[in-house]
Design a protein around this ligand. Sequence first.
Ligand code: NAD
Length: 499
Amino acid sequence: MFTSTNPARQSDVVTTIPASSTEEMVAALAAAKLAQKEWAALPAPARGRIIANVGRLVEKNKEALSKLVTREMGKVYREALGEVQEVIDTCDFFLGEGRRLYGQTVPSEMKNKNLFTFRMPVGNVFIITAGNFPAAVPSWYIVPALLAGNTVVWKPSEFTPAVAHALTSLFHAGGVPTDVLKTVVAEGPDTFAALEEGLKRGYINKVGFTGSTAVGRKIGAKAGEYIQSACLELGGKNPMVVMPDANLDLALEGALFAGFGTAGQRCTSLGTLWLHESIHDEFLSRYIALVENAKVGDPMEDVLFGPMISEKYLANHLEHLKMIQPHHKVSGSTATGRITKASPRKNFVGDPDQGVFAHPVIVSGITKNDELYRTETFGPLVTVGKFSTLDEAIELSNGHGYGLSSAIYTSNPESVWRFREGISAGMVSINNSTSGAEAHLPFGGNGMSGNGSRQSGIWVLDQFTRWQSMNWDWSNKLQKAQMDLIEIKHDPKFMLNIK
Ligand code: NAD
């Protein structure tokens, strides 16, 4: 049984849902696999109309779903509204793709022969997602996968089963058959056992995983054993570089939102703020003042951030606090760790003892030898370091091996281009925060942040379709490629004779 509670008011039970056993998950995978051929036979424009229905239904239910997102996982309500809007935007983008899903006509090297390509669905997809974006990130998988003619079994985070249930019911109400999208709720180890069994029995043709790098590594390896490439969307340690010529007010606003929005629990949250030595002290003291004075608390109110997703995420945050070294300086609040009446926070909105709230923490004096430099902290903790040249900033930004999001604040175009070229992250923001994505631009990371797959826009179709090529020879003879060459008369020794 999973009981999800409101992390801002733990006495508020959001839902109680039975856990799916490994056998039940394998049965769900088998049923979805069986339903896939019929779903793929529905013309893509008709599937697009179903996605359109889902988009309109999510729009009609936007407030209710957003409130549920806030209640179950704790992000502030205006962020939850943005998250649900992203589901709508994703549906709006892909409903049109139902009328495109283009293949190509390709010229043949032989006469009386035509070449074509078609996008084919991969089959049945097992999708496993994290709790920090319980609606938007799953929709990045589910919408294009369904549109392309695949069936889906979705295993959401065990911390957000109510949002998963609500979103699934909107898909079904929009016309997606129940065997075409099945949702199961389970713990990690049972999910892994179902993944292995589903791969073994041939019920899974594609795996989509969003979560930590440690789990992604295991899932990618397991998929690889069955000659599959999983779509892996993993953690980040996202750098923000502030150059001396930056608009500092803008950079401060970006660093505040990127560092502490969603209590730092975004894959694109600011990891380390790299400040040029000439502005380091001024910027840091202004940043500290902003964070010290920010409102934290009830996510339905106007606060910078609300609670952690659950006790588990607070416990992880407390572990990360242990990585702080004597050479670091800690600031940002009246204390570190859990906010309680006994360990209060200035400007707290609500009753901290009712929820899972953490003090924001700024750790300055970070160096590349520190554990905090290379650890994704996934909580309200921002590390700050100093650099003297752009090359050094780029090296520091790449040195930990993650490569999801990155940002530079500068007014110098040369710095923009050098940063873009040098940074290994899949996403680069110029004079903008590391977090925030548009639903039609490729989203994804490199290195420890992902295996190169991209979500969103047309690019995600490469995850959920495979190219089938067709050649049609209507010459009524066996023409052999590379052997039956058309002879071309030419004069290879020709030179112009101009005086
Ligand atoms: P997590 O890896 O603990 O869990 C993610 C999902 O995997 C959950 O549904 C969980 O139940 C399941 N899971 C856990 N162990 C498993 C196993 N052994 N086999 C199969 N499934 C298993 O991550 P989390 O705490 O839910 O989310 C936080 C992480 O997700 C952070 O690292 C964050 O950066 C990352 N994230 C990445 C993106 C992205 O798009 N790159 C987006 C959101 C979150």
